[in-house]
Design a protein around this ligand. Structure first.
Ligand SMILES: Cc1cc2nc3c(=O)[nH]c(=O)nc-3n(C[C@H](O)[C@H](O)[C@H](O)COP(=O)(O)OP(=O)(O)OC[C@H]3O[C@@H](n4cnc5c(N)ncnc54)[C@H](O)[C@@H]3O)c2cc1C
Length: 417
């Protein structure tokens, strides 16, 4: 009898990268991947960017077409896993089918948080998590509508920029008084807000939403504490919840803030079940509690780690979290994790459109933010990996060669301790 092999629940970024990594690392058993959506695994980052505005939809495949055949991966699309039986090592599908496994990898991603007064499925309401969501919003933007974006996080702001370039009239409603204040230094946040305003967006910061209501004629009323807006379309971008229901139902350990709790090897509380991507919460170096990272890089890194761990191979070295966002014509990259007590030093001037900040605690770089300066951030990445004390005087000076400075700091030639 053939052994059941690996069953991957979810068919997104992490699932596809894990399947490929299993084959690359020599796994010869069966790989079955099941996904709720009708599509093959696709890249989500372009959904709020190029998919909304490019003349032609870009290719979104996570795996090249030949990788499916070469990898001998069985993909069951339109297949919703409804239960995981840890003792029998089985996954149950919505249609009643039962799939046994030797090892199971849960890569179920997350679901957009919803607003009761703006339900998904309403013709003028948009949540952007799936390719079908993005295609629907793209079609709506072609009428150059008046839109309200509820939520000024990375996703809401990417959509705002895309909608502006599609000719829509955009209002962004954000509860906080500064954009992305938990993730960016205050100067970066102010720069982002003024850029959006210059591009024509109306920003309602520090605004509370009272509710959304349909009006006759297909318009929508968004009620806020600073007055009501009447718009054609409403986009809701108020964060993500991990898709951990399957794991909860099975009795796997869930982190206090949600997400399937995994160790450094992406193993869950059951030895035959691993998890990776947006559905997880993982203990990371320097963090007091397990953290959830909703990023493309995290999905890929955890997928490769889980594949290695399932095969008993050496784990890839842990990496510093990295994230990028494209805000209109600007590329923002973030390295490391923010914390409220960090102090920021800056190189460059926001007005020039190219800036790099280092957030540090006791002169140890922990959080890098680059606006249109991704190469500079890459040049100083080793300092974040090594977590060593540095001296910032030369960093601030535009004339300093950054890579040379980083090397000098790595070598410990200059140290404040
Ligand atoms: C619009 C958008 C823009 C983004 N932009 C960026 C960016 O600029 N930079 C960045 O770093 N990251 C970005 N991200 C985040 C990044 O795409 C995600 O972190 C990444 O896709 C997570 O991969 P995943 O495999 O964990 O989850 P997903 O890619 O969401 O895949 C999970 C899959 O599992 C399926 N599934 C769930 N439950 C079940 C079940 N019970 N049975 C079967 N299938 C199930 C889901 O339908 C889904 O297809 C963006 C995300 C979105 C949505």
């Amino acid at each position: 009898m053939t052994s059941p092999g690996v069953v991957i629940v979810g068919a997104g970024q992490a699932a596809a990268v894990a399947a490929r990594a299993l084959r690359e690392q020599g796994y010869r058993g069966r790989i079955t991947m099941l996904g709720r959506e009708r599509h093959k695994p696709y890249e989500r980052p372009p959904l709020s960017k190029a998919v909304l505005v490019a003349a032609e939809e870009p290719s979104l495949d996570v795996l090249a077409p030949e990788a499916w055949a070469l990898g001998d991966i069985d993909l069951l699309s339109n297949s919703d896993a409804t239960a995981l039986d840890l003792s029998k090592r089985q996954v149950r599908l919505a249609g009643g089918q039962v799939l046994p496994y030797d090892m199971c990898l849960v890569a179920t991603g997350g679901e957009a948080n919803t607003l009761a007064s703006a339900p998904a499925g309403h013709p003028q309401v948009h949540y952007v998590r799936t390719l079908d969501d993005a295609r629907r919003l793209r079609a709506a933007l072609q009428g150059k509508p008046k839109i309200a974006i509820l939520g000024g996080g990375f996703l809401g702001l990417e959509i705002a920029n895309s909608a502006l370039s599609a000719g829509a009239a955009v209002t962004v409603l954000e509860r906080a008084t500064c954009l992305l204040d938990r993730f960016l230094p205050p100067e970066a946040s102010a720069w982002l807000a003024s850029g959006l305003r210059e591009a024509g967006a109306r920003l309602l910061l520090g605004a509370s939403l009272h509710g959304v209501r349909s009006l006759p004629g297909g318009r929508m009323r968004v009620a806020t504490d600073t007055g009501d807006l009447e718009v054609d379309e409403v986009v809701v971008a108020i964060g993500l919840s991990p898709n951990d229901a399957l794991a909860r139902g099975a009795g796997l350990e869930i982190a206090a803030g949600g997400g399937i709790l995994v160790d450094a090897s992406c193993r869950t509380s059951n030895e035959h079940v691993f998890a990776c991507g947006d559905c997880t919460s993982q203990q990371r170096p320097g963090q007091a509690a397990p953290t959830r990272l909703e990023s493309w890089q995290n999905a890929n890194e955890q997928a490769r780690t889980a594949a290695a761990a399932m095969l008993g191979a050496p784990l890839p070295a842990p990496v510093v979290p990295w994230f990028w966002t494209d805000q209109g014509k600007h590329n923002i990259q973030v390295l490391g994790l923010p914390a409220p007590d960090l102090e920021y030093v800056r190189r460059g001037d926001p007005a020039s459109g190219k800036v790099l900040w280092i957030g540090h605690r006791d002169a140890i770089p922990l959080h890098g933010v680059a606006i249109n300066a991704g190469a500079d951030l890459r040049a100083i990445r080793p300092l974040f990996e090594q977590r060593r004390t540095v001296q910032f005087d030369d960093f601030r000076d535009d004339a300093t060669h950054l890579r040379a400075w980083a090397k000098q700091m790595q070598a410990g030639a200059v140290s404040t301790v």
